[in-house]
Design a protein around this ligand. Sequence first.
Ligand SMILES: CC(C)(COP(=O)(O)OP(=O)(O)OC[C@H]1O[C@@H](n2cnc3c(N)ncnc32)[C@H](O)[C@@H]1OP(=O)(O)O)[C@@H](O)C(=O)NCCC(=O)NCCS
Length: 141
Amino acid sequence: MGTQFYSARQRAEWATRTEVQFLRLARSRARFIAERDGRIVGYVGYDRSRQTLTECYVHPHHQHQGIGRLLVRHILHIAHADGLESLTVLASLNARSFYESLGFVFQQAENLDMSDGQILPCCQMRASLTGGAWSRNPACP
Ligand SMILES: CC(C)(COP(=O)(O)OP(=O)(O)OC[C@H]1O[C@@H](n2cnc3c(N)ncnc32)[C@H](O)[C@@H]1OP(=O)(O)O)[C@@H](O)C(=O)NCCC(=O)NCCS
């Protein structure tokens, strides 16, 4: 997570989310991984019922090589095929311009409540998947 945007305490709290919490999340969402030489280098999550891209992470050693773009594109195509009209993401501040480059538009600032009472400022973003807007999306082939 972006060191310019979040404090060491906020990053530490995020990193210590329990395995149980992650397992609960894993059961409710579809996940896709990116592999390189047999190793996982990134993953993306999708929750169809909430019309949400739930997260996208790329290993720091493999960032800025187009992997995040491929993962998000994959979800946009699945959501489009699922008949969704739009897809939202609660983006961390450091990822805002990444999602903008993929056609997401800032909707509003939103705070994510952390278990220790801290808040993590984020932004709610939305990509339209209908008609003209979809065909102009940079993620559209
Ligand atoms: C954000 C993240 C998923 C991007 O993945 P990535 O594989 O590095 O991104 P890509 O290489 O596919 O970049 C695609 C485009 O996004 C744009 N971009 C803007 N801000 C960016 C950023 N902080 N990181 C990467 N790309 C960014 C670039 O224009 C880039 O296109 P370019 O390479 O032609 O310049 C990755 O940096 C990451 O895991 N960050 C930490 C976790 C995080 O904040 N995830 C989002 C939580 S919702």
